[in-house]
Structures are given as structure tokens and as C-alpha cells.
Design a protein. Structure first.
Length: 499
């Protein structure tokens, strides 16, 4: 099994409300909690963490945990925090409460109350911009807000039920984005009011629930994306008379004649159904890992991604193989998962060895390297920068290959490291290289390590970070002091040049 990347450093370092555009093919997961303390039944801060398909961290988008646009969720809820993708927009549902508020799912949001707690829909576009303007009153009052998926200027929402007193609504509801109110005419279905997830595949609305015979499991809702009252049709029954019996269905994916349903029982995992002669039939239960259930699944360009009940993200080949790629940090809960849509080229991945790198000097925990992707004749196909975080001097990296296919070269350099290259195939994970360190004095477009670099290091020798004489470029191992260790690194690279 592939070794999972822990998110602890990611959680500590990232979490910005000022997001960069999301990258096609990357994985986005909902995280409850900032890692400072274990989430509880109180409202929790919510983050959307973006990773490469290999599990390398990209960015974290923080939903506001206080103020006018706040969006929080119940920190320990297993049914909240599902992430939905439709029409190039992610969406999820929560509460208009500051982080730390008690039992958000039991609060009332009726306009008749002195202090109604609105149910919030946050919509995130591919630019990473968060829109939390849809703040609904009079739905799911006293019960959990769970599901929200965009459909044009509307959004379908679902919850765990709710009081109907004073005109409160429940069931599957079609709300207007940006509007605070819904009416009885917006209610699409109440045959099941305890809804776990909503999805739209190929223009058809679906929902899942974990209760209510005969709709336990996955159901279609009317025909297409209904705008008026519609009925449910059960497709995959996981209830007392279903297969498997008494399952615990959450998120699901329908691709062609195959349906995968996340089941969070320890004996669950991913339930596979196949479609033939107009009927969905149970095929098999696929084990994520021993004793591990699943709560969310998302289709990728190749395979799927799954969040497990062990707080890990798994890649899934769509057949039977699961590999953990991310382990959730302590004091956080990973929930819904999605894949950024768009045209996806391949990627180039590997490890880069930066030698005796310590990285304890200020701002040196991560290293920014320049990259070029070329054909085998050294014609440049694309270029840019990649940030890596070394551990023991070695760091994994992954970069988009853009439109490149087949055999290519990838070249890395930057800082005080000379350029080196590796020949690989787009999509492979073997572009490993070691970069010589010691380029204290910049030479120009073609770098070499020579006496000028010795002179630069000698001039900075004994400088300590913060004392006014410290020269960061001469601190080759970035331990905050220019000393004999840096001379040793330079000596080992003397007379080497860029490739």
C-alpha cells in the first residue's frame, strides 16, 4: 500500500480565505477542525483542502468561522460536510454560527424565533472563490443541514428532517441561490425527509438515505432535475430487505452501468451495483481497509477517491485496489470529497534530493524550485515553479505536464542548487534526481560552483540569523548559521555546473 502523507504540517501552514484557482484533476476534501483541539458536537471551523492525485498538499481554503459570511458545521457529525460538484461548482451545507456554538444541528432557524440560525449553502467556483450568500430560514428547523448541489440559479438542499411548525419545510427542497426564503412550492419531495446526500449525474437528480422503507439506499428523484413535486424511485436498496441488508449508505457515484455507494459500517466500504435489463443489482462489497468504512467517493479521470472512516483519503482503481494517499491530521475530521473538473493532462512526479538540508532558518521549511519540461531534444514544452517540503533533505514533488505526453525530460533548479534533469514518461512517478548545492554567487543563465562561491561563503562565515551579518544565500543547509557545514557542502559540489 502506498504510504499516506500526513496532513499535520499542511493544517498548520495553510488555511487561507484568499484562494488560488483550483487545478483540474486535483482532489478537494472537506476538513472539520483546525488541528488545535479535537472537534466536538459544537460548531467547527470548515476548510477545503486541495491535494494533487498523489496526495501532495496544494492549498487550503478556509470558510469564514465568524462574521457576516460564516459557515460552520458540527465537528463530529458523520453526515454533514459532504461535498458536491455540478456545473463546475463545489457546494456544501452548514450553519450561520460562530465556531464553538453548541449543537448546531438542533438549533431552530424559523423567522418566528428571536435569534434564528440560518442554514448556509457555500458555493466554491473553480477560481477558489467562496459564495456563502445563500442563508436559508424555515428549513430543517431543529435538525441537521446536510446536502446542497447547484442546478443553474437554484440549489437542491436536503437535511435530516425538521419540525413543520410555523411553516417550516423539510425534504428535498429547491432553493434560489442568494435568497433567504423558500416556500411550500419549492419542496420537491417529502417521501423521505431524512436525507444524507444529493447528487446529479447526466442531468438526473438522485438522493441517498439511511432510513425509511422502501427508500433506504439510493433513489432517483423524479425525471431530470425537477422544479416541482416529484416522486422517488428506489434504485439500490440497502435496508432491511435490501442487498446488503441494513447497510449505511452515504455518498455515491454513477458512471455508465456501474454504481459505487460509500457504506460507513466497519463491514462496509464501497458497495458495487451494476445495471442490466433496467435493474440495478448488487454485485459486491469492496473493502477499503480492514475494519474501515467509507463516507464519500468522487470520480477522477482515472479511478476514484474515497474518504474512509479512519480519517484517510484513498485512491481507488475502480476494481478492487485501494491505496491511502493522505492521513488526516490529529484533531481534524475529513468528510466529503470531490475532484476538480476540467481538461486534465498528465503529471510528472518523483523525489528531489537536496542533500544535507536542515531547513530550520526562518522561511526555509519549504523550498521553491524552478522546473522545465522539455522533449527529448531539449525543446521547452512548459515551465514554472514548484514548492517542496524536504524531510531529511528529500522531498516528493508533482507537476502538471500540461499538453505533454509520452517521453519527456523534467529539469529542476533554484536557490543555491544547480540544474539537473531526469527522463521519464508523463504519468510516471519516477522522475527522481539529486541537485548539487553550493551556488552562492549567481553566474547568469548557466551556473557553476567555483572560487567565486567560496569567496561569497568566506565573506559571510560565522554569520548567524538575526545578527545583521547573516547572508541567507551562504547558509547552504539553511540551519540559521554559516559555518563549516556549509563549506563541506560547497566542497562536495566544487567544479560542478548546470546540466
Amino acid at each position: 500500500m502506498k504510504r499516506a502523507l500526513t496532513t499535520s504540517l499542511f493544517v498548520a501552514a495553510l488555511g487561507s480565505a484568499f484562494a488560488a484557482p483550483l487545478t483540474a484533476g486535483n482532489v478537494v476534501v472537506v476538513r472539520f477542525g483546525d488541528g488545535a483541539a479535537a472537534p466536538t458536537t459544537a460548531s467547527s471551523a470548515v476548510f477545503l483542502d486541495e491535494y494533487t492525485p498523489l496526495g501532495l498538499p496544494v492549498q487550503s481554503i478556509a470558510l469564514p468561522a465568524s462574521g457576516a459570511n460564516r459557515h460552520t458545521n458540527t465537528g463530529t457529525s458523520t453526515s454533514e460536510g459532504q461535498l458536491y460538484m455540478n456545473e463546475n461548482k463545489f457546494s456544501l451545507m452548514g450553519y450561520d454560527l460562530d465556531a464553538g456554538a453548541a449543537s448546531p444541528g438542533t438549533t431552530s432557524n424559523l423567522t418566528t424565533d428571536a435569534d434564528p440560525v440560518e442554514r448556509v449553502v457555500s458555493i466554491i467556483n473553480l477560481a477558489g472563490t467562496v459564495d456563502s450568500s445563500t442563508r436559508l430560514v424555515n428549513i430543517f428547523s431543529g435538525n441537521a443541514a446536510r446536502a446542497a448541489i447547484v442546478s443553474g440559479t437554484k440549489v437542491y438542499v436536503g437535511g435530516s428532517g425538521g419540525s413543520t411548525a410555523n411553516g417550516a419545510l423539510r425534504g428535498t427542497i429547491l432553493a434560489t441561490i442568494g435568497s433567504p426564503t423558500t416556500t411550500a412550492a419549492d419542496v420537491i419531495n417529502t417521501e423521505i425527509t431524512n436525507i444524507r446526500t444529493l447528487q446529479i449525474f447526466n442531468g438526473q437528480l438522485y438522493m441517498s438515505c439511511g432510513s425509511g422503507v422502501p427508500f433506504h439506499g439510493v433513489n432517483s428523484v423524479g425525471t431530470g432535475t425537477p422544479t416541482a413535486a416529484a416522486t422517488l424511485t428506489n434504485l439500490a436498496n440497502t435496508g432491511s430487505g435490501g442487498n446488503p441488508v441494513n447497510g449505511s449508505p452515504y455518498d455515491f457515484e454513477i458512471v455508465g452501468n456501474t454504481m459505487f455507494v460509500a457504506d460507513d459500517r466497519t463491514s462496509g466500504g464501497i458497495l458495487k451495483y451494476t445495471f442490466s435489463s433496467g435493474v440495478w443489482s448488487f454485485d459486491s462489497t469492496l473493502t477499503v481497509a480492514a475494519g474501515v468504512g467509507a463516507r464519500a467517493i468522487a470520480k477522477a479521470s482515472s479511478g476514484y477517491f474515497v474518504t474512509g472512516t479512519d480519517n484517510q483519503i484513498y485512491s481507488f482503481d475502480g476494481v478492487s485496489s485501494f491505496a491511502s494517499i493522505v492521513a488526516g491530521a490529529a484533531n481534524t475530521n475529513l468528510r466529503g470529497i470531490g475532484v476538480v473538473p476540467g481538461s486534465v493532462g498528465g503529471s510528472i512526479s518523483g523525489t528531489v534530493n537536496l542533500g544535507s538540508y536542515v531547513g530550520t532558518a526562518s522561511g526555509s521549511a519549504s523550498v521553491t524550485l524552478n522546473y522545465q519540461i522539455t522533449d527529448l531534444s531539449d525543446n521547452v514544452l512548459s515551465s514554472g515553479t514548484v514548492s517542496v517540503t524536504p524531510s531529511g533533505g528529500v522531498a516528493p514533488y508533482s507537476i502538471s505536464a500540461g499538453s505533454a505526453t509520452g517521453s519527456v525530460k523534467v529539469k529542476l533548479s533554484g536557490g543555491t542548487w544547480l540544474k539537473r534533469s531526469a527522463t521519464t514518461t508523463v504519468g510516471a512517478v519516477n522522475a527522481n534526481m539529486t541537485l548539487p548545492n553550493g551556488n552562492v554567487a549567481l553566474d547568469g543563465s548557466f551556473e557553476l560552483i567555483d572560487v567565486a562561491d567560496y569567496s561569497g561563503l568566506a565573506a559571510a562565515f560565522d554569520g548567524v540569523e538575526g545578527d545583521g551579518t547573516y547572508a541567507a544565500r551562504a547558509d547552504l543547509n539553511k540551519d540559521g548559521i554559516v559555518d563549516i557545514a556549509d563549506y563541506t557542502i560547497l566542497a562536495g559540489s566544487f567544479d560542478l555546473t548546470d546540466e
